[in-house]
Write a protein of this length. Structure first.
Length: 234
């Protein structure tokens, strides 16, 4: 009969790590077909679930994080005795993804610079190493993870094709033959192009708090165009 601890760990594995693996494969598939905005959201969801899995395996509260992966990363880094090692450039990717990945309704400008497939692959590689059940007194030598990614890699499928495509970290043996072409996308939503439409949209659409505050301040400045100049002369 499994212990209560084992049952809880099983829940964390199935509802966080396994789903993070599926989100990761979905993100790679979306990138492959050029769906950049959707790629960022799936990538953000993957990283978010990996971070929350690490916290949950270590019995650290993550209920207040919502979609804040920068906050999640900070909390993971503070776990005592975890030995968490995360390259600085991968950390920069996670924090940038936290800013752009949540833009799933295209309510603020899009910039995918530095948010490519290679960066996601490396972030997942480093995060996933810590997505395992923690046993009291367990040493650093632990068996390899046998999870959803390993299941996908074990047999031919479309999901496996998308997972191993140009992947330096999962499933490719001949890594020297992989070539990467960088692509970056910049785009502005209609409200940033025509801010005068915001008040009417605000009556029928829910905007995130930072975006809504931006336009409310902008509207206030437009109502009182001389106020900023007056403040500057004081």
């Amino acid at each position: 009969m499994p212990s209560t601890r084992a049952k809880i760990d099983n829940y964390i594995t199935r509802s966080f790590r396994d789903l993070a693996d599926d989100d990761y494969v979905s993100a790679r598939a979306l990138y492959r077909i050029g769906q950049d905005l959707q790629f960022l959201w799936a990538a953000q969801q993957s990283v978010e679930k990996y971070l929350k899995a690490i916290l949950a395996y270590n019995r650290i509260n993550g209920r207040d994080l919502y979609h804040d992966i920068s906050g999640g990363l900070n909390r993971v880094k503070s776990i005592p005795n975890l030995g968490f090692e995360f390259p600085e450039f991968v950390e920069r990717f996670v924090r940038r993804l936290g800013e752009q990945g949540v833009n799933r309704y295209f309510e603020k400008p899009l910039n995918t610079e530095g948010l490519g497939l290679l960066e996601l692959d490396e972030a997942v590689y480093h995060l996933r190493k810590y997505c395992r059940a923690v046993r009291p007194g367990e040493g650093s030598l632990q068996p390899p993870i046998n999870g959803r990614l390993e299941e996908i890699l074990s047999k031919p499928s479309r999901a496996r094709d998308d997972l191993v495509w140009k992947n330096l970290f999962f499933g490719r043996r001949k890594k020297k033959s992989i070539r990467f072409g960088r692509r970056t996308k910049w785009a502005n939503p209609s409200t940033f192009i025509s801010p005068e439409i915001f008040p009417e949209l605000d009556r029928i659409i829910h905007f995130s708090k930072p975006v809504r505050c931006h336009f409310l301040r902008l509207l206030e400045r437009n109502k009182n165009p001389g106020s900023d100049n007056a403040k500057g002369k004081r």
